[in-house]
Design a protein around this ligand. Structure first.
Ligand code: ADP
Ligand code: MG
Length: 662
């Protein structure tokens, strides 16, 4: 039973209630103070994005009194775009009951805000969510710091990415980081590089050295010099690199930071230069030896010729002496090989169609090696080339022999000619000039070569063939001859996949001579009209034997051992001397100077130049100055007889320049 409350009781209740209300007021004030003192914006919206409450800070930011905002919607004071974004977030909070976030840039002042959208619940309400509380925090300073960091990182990134060097970090033996140049240089994508030990990318021979150097760097040793070594790319090609490394910290451990440059081109050029220098000195040496040896052969040749003339036909010694002659000829062949790559062995140059030379030379191979099929791909018309046909024939023969030896069981030999304009930069490594060239390519499908072999093939005496089969002089000769012709050679070969040797010879401005020079033409009958011949040679042996030959041929002979005596004598006796046989290489005064001096005395003098070879193309130059003919040592008595008749019978000495055979 409820008794009516007394007045006191009521009074006490009222006091209690008003205390409670005051307490509540105090709590509410506390909350309001808290909400208004925060530097963040804070506001409540309902599901229609109507503002239920905003704190002072947000009102300030909106530049509106707190009370005016109540009743407005978000869309009333924001752009449609911003509104759409906002509504989406509110909807999501109502639907999921989960907080949401976004970053928002104010249209008013461009500042950045991090907004947190949180559901507001009230257990007394039938709705599960009665509002969304939005806290919006100004993150502009943080964003600016981030932006500055990003920009500076971008600068460093570009510095590394645009570097022409490969830059990478090796940690625990593996690449931890690499710029894109590293990927390009090695041909692997970064993910592959990161998966394999760095040392596996180095060629086997250089691995130990690289491992040691990496170790030294990790231990803090400063290695000053660049390190050169070879690496294998994904496509299995080898590149030369120059690298240096420094120690660094990477993910809390010691690592190395490495800078690496591709120096393959430079290395190749260095190797070629070294090769060229080596060839040059060997060429000089071989040329010197060959010159002396050739004079010796000349002596033997001369005496055997003379001995033969003294013997009755049918004498049993005839056979022996003929054999000696044959041996001299093969000896001369050898010196010719040596002279070929000695400098300046260009004897007689004319405009030649290389197609003709190739057809003729390849016929011989075709006849002797039936198991090899020869295919011609000859450009027509082919530019003529300014060459010594005999030497280029020697080049072709050497290339054909090598090709056929590379195909012991038979195969295909492709011979190609092509007119080609070479631009200067393309073959820069060969230090040649650009211009019009005739290219001759000799391709076989034989055993091919590995890189190690290919690097050495032009070295004199380098051979991979068994004793007796190879001398290692073939390609050295080819090299020397082509160089003397101001041409160059390009070799392409892979082991088991055949080889292509391409020689480039400068195209001639003149028209090609119709007939190529032919070796072994029959000599005219030895005969003489009793003319007087002046022989100039520094070798007593040559004077001796040439003198005897000439006497045999019914010429009158005067011999002198040097240039000064020759000029002296010619000045006194020029009426008597019909022809001068002049050695080109002599000490003190060489053949060229002597030639010029006696030409001063008599411009119509007939001179037959004689030499084993010409230093620096001297012979060619003397021929151009109007010399009557050229004879190559060692010569036989009938060679000499033939040459003399040709020169003596032609009235105008200049008319025969460049047309006589060495
Ligand atoms: P040789 O033939 O006497 O060995 P060369 O100077 O002609 O000397 O050649 C040198 C080396 O070059 C050969 O021993 C061979 O290893 C290599 N060579 C040359 N031509 C070819 C070719 N067409 N195919 C494969 N290897 C070749
Ligand atoms: Mg050879």
């Amino acid at each position: 039973m409820n008794a009516k409350p007394t007045y006191e009781e009521l009074e006490q209740k009222v006091a209690l209630l008003s205390r409670k209300v005051n307490e509540q007021q105090a709590v509410e004030n506390q909350y309001r103070n808290l909400v208004d003192s925060t530097s963040d914006s804070l506001y409540l919206v309902d599901s229609d994005c109507r503002y239920l409450f905003i704190n002072q800070n947000h009102a300030r930011r909106l530049k509106m009194p707190q009370n005016d905002v109540a009743g407005l919607s978000y869309k009333d004071i924001h752009s449609p775009e911003q509104n759409a974004k906002f509504e989406l977030k509110i909807k999501s909070v109502y639907q999921t009951g989960q907080s949401a976030f976004d970053e928002h840039q104010s249209a008013r002042d461009g500042r950045y805000f991090l907004r947190t959208f949180s559901p507001v619940r009230d257990s007394s309400s039938p709705e599960p969510i009665i509002a969304v509380a939005v806290v919006s925090k100004d993150i502009t300073p943080r964003r600016e710091a981030e932006e500055a960091l990003r920009k500076s990182e971008e600068k460093y990134r570009q510095l590394i990415e645009y570097s022409s060097e490969a830059i990478f970090i090796i940690a625990n033996g593996k690449i931890g980081f690499a710029n894109s140049r590293t990927e390009k240089m090695l041909g692997y994508p970064l993910a592959d590089l990161q998966a394999m030990p760095f040392i596996d990318l180095v060629i086997a021979e250089d691995r130990e050295m690289i491992a040691e150097r990496q170790q030294a760097v990790l231990q803090g040793t400063e290695l000053s010099s660049n390190n050169h070594f070879r690496m294998v790319r994904k496509d299995e090609s080898t590149i030369w690199v120059a690298a240096n490394s420094v120690m660094m910290r990477w993910e809390n451990a010691s690592a190395t930071l490495n800078f690496m440059r591709d120096i393959t081109r430079q290395k190749k050029a260095e190797v070629r230069l070294l090769q060229a220098q080596k060839m040059e000195s060997i060429g000089t040496l071989a040329g010197g030896i060959a010159h002396d040896f050739n004079n010796l052969l000349m002596g033997i040749q001369g005496h055997t010729s003379l001995a033969l003339l003294n013997l009755r036909p049918g004498d049993p010694n005839c056979e022996h002496i003929r054999t000696i002659e044959k041996l001299v000829i093969s000896g001369a062949g050898l010196t010719k090989q040596l002279l070929g790559f000695a400098r300046g062995g260009k004897h007689e140059v004319k405009s030649v169609n290389l197609n003709d030379l190739i057809r003729q030379t390849s016929q011989t191979i075709g006849r002797t090696k039936k198991e090899i099929k020869i295919h011609h791909h000859l450009e027509d018309p082919l530019w003529p080339a300014e060459i010594d046909p005999e030497q280029i024939e020697q080049v072709l023969v050497n290339l054909f022999i090598n090709a056929s030896q590379a195909m012991p069981a038979g195969g295909d030999l492709h011979l190609e000619t092509k007119n080609q304009v070479v631009d200067e930069n393309h073959f820069k490594d060969y230090s040649g000039k650009g211009g019009r060239f005739v290219r001759v390519s000799v391709t076989d499908n034989g055993v091919g070569m590995d890189e190690k072999t290919r690097e050495r093939i032009f070295e004199p005496f380098f051979t991979t063939k068994e004793m007796g089969r190879g001398t290692g002089l073939g390609l050295a000769t080819v090299y020397g001859i082509i160089k003397n012709h101001n041409g160059f050679i390009n070799v392409y070969s892979e082991k088991e996949h055949g080889s292509t040797f391409s020689i480039y010879l400068p195209a001639s401005e003149k028209h090609a001579a119709k007939d190529r020079h032919s070796a072994g033409e029959s000599a005219p009958e030895p005969s003489s009209g009793g003319e007087t011949i002046l022989v100039v040679d520094d070798e007593a042996m040559i004077l001796d034997v040439a003198g005897e030959m000439l006497k045999m041929l019914n010429y009158r002979v005067i011999t002198v051992p040097n240039g000064a005596d020759a000029i002296d004598l010619y000045r006194r006796e020029q009426k008597r001397v019909d022809l001068v046989v002049l050695d080109m290489v002599m000490p003190d005064m060489n053949g060229g100077d002597v030639f010029d001096a006696i030409r001063e005395i008599n411009p119509d003098v007939k001179v037959l130049l004689s030499s084993g070879y010409s230093l620096n193309g001297q012979a060619g130059k003397i021929m151009e100055r109007g010399c009557s003919g050229f004879i190559q040592k060692p010569f036989t008595i009938s060679d000499l007889a033939g040459k003399l008749r040709v020169v003596l019978e032609k009235p105008d000495p200049a008319a025969q320049c460049g047309s006589s055979k060495p």
